[in-house]
Write a protein that binds this ligand. Sequence first.
Ligand SMILES: NC(=O)c1ccc[n+]([C@@H]2O[C@H](COP(=O)([O-])OP(=O)(O)OC[C@H]3O[C@@H](n4cnc5c(N)ncnc54)[C@H](O)[C@@H]3O)[C@@H](O)[C@H]2O)c1
Length: 460
Amino acid sequence: MSIHEPPISRRDALRGIGALAMGTVVAPAMVSDEAISAAAAQQATRPFTNKPVTCIILGAGSSGNTYAAWSKEFPEQMRVVGVAEPIPSRQERFAGMYDIPAAHRFPSWDDALAVPKFADAILITTPDQLHHGPAMRGLELGYDILLEKPIATTWQHCSEILAQHARYPRIVAVCHVLRYTAYFRKLHEVVASGVLGEVVSIEHLEPVGYWHQGHSFVRGNWRNVATSCPMILAKSCHDLDIIRWLMDEPCLSVASYGSLKHFRKENAPPGSTPRCTDGCAIEKDCPYSALKLYMDMKNTGWPVSVITEDVSEAGRLKALREGPYGRCVYHCDNDVVDHQVLAMEFGKERTASFTMAAFTTGSRRTRVMGTMGEVMGDTRYITVENFRNRKKETIDTKLAETGISSGHGGGDYGLMQAFIKAIQHQDASLIASSLEVSMESHKIGFEAERSRLERRIVTL
Ligand SMILES: NC(=O)c1ccc[n+]([C@@H]2O[C@H](COP(=O)([O-])OP(=O)(O)OC[C@H]3O[C@@H](n4cnc5c(N)ncnc54)[C@H](O)[C@@H]3O)[C@@H](O)[C@H]2O)c1
């Protein structure tokens, strides 16, 4: 995952968003400039106001740090003025980095939201189960909100947040960061341009990656539905959001299959031990070995930074011997799927299929099939084939060309720009991933899980 890639320079980031909005990404002649996403175009035409938006970070983990870092690049647009974080060393480090006074450091989100409002916005980057509480209370207090996905871990909680938003209509941006990437914006632009004729079907793949599955969904924070949420939401509400965005039609029904096939106790190879550090006989041949993943001393960033704050050899080994990330992937308390497929029916007789699979490498793949053309993308290249003139063109959305190279293909920083500008102008239309928009993809995710568990087609 890319959220720990080096931050971009301010000039580059600005250039990136500007280039996108003006359609200067290498584009085929057939794509009209009018088709550029409205939010992106809006964003480019609305300048920053240079009045810093003050923010409180709730949860100073990976995401909290990523978004807070944006203020270092744009100090005249955003200031971090408060933090809630229960891990003392994390809170201390974070407060030191942003010079946060003692009165504005809290051990938990509820403490931060128990005092009178002291900032413009809160960034909810707490674990999945702790999104609903701060969102409900934050709206009531009048905060604008950046809300990590998933919105909440149950449909009931998502709906309550939506209702609270209707009562207290503040700016809310859901972190569907893919919508802010050069690649997905371009893909959307091509599809919306009409060059494909009528879009009939979409095929989309999220290759989670074998080691990423082991890290996050077998050993890590998203391994268990009871303490997180179904993996189709935790990992792929982004993908469902992109499919819905490209379809431009509501999803009518969904059927889903999948299971936790591989990472189970009965599949533990002979000679394996409860931890990779226990002298496992097959460690050297095991692709999921924690020693292979976390003991590469060249890497001090993600995912190593998740397992310990002490990234020395001794610090890592201690974490593997004592913490969750040293466990054998066949001896964990995981229950989320390792593969799942969805078949979806959309309005106007359109269909889509989606596969999320652990046993993969590489990046997302998308094929959009229209009556007059087809487009295929691999998160960098977008190939458009026009059936009318039999021309085939390839667009390179390489990040360097747009200047955006922050995490999630530039999405993390693109999202922050949109969020901060939306608050400065108090204009929610600058956000491409509003609460209302994101609810739809969450609904697909919850109903897909119902379909998988109940083995039936679910009408939305
Ligand atoms: N947009 C994305 O693609 C993306 C990527 C990664 C994570 N996420 C989501 O962002 C959220 C955070 O993920 P992360 O990877 O940063 O996790 P993390 O574990 O690194 O960070 C979460 C932080 O919240 C803190 N916390 C726990 N209880 C708290 C409380 N009561 N009050 C305040 N803070 C509390 C934890 O100590 C931790 O530091 C999750 O919901 C996750 O699913 C989204």
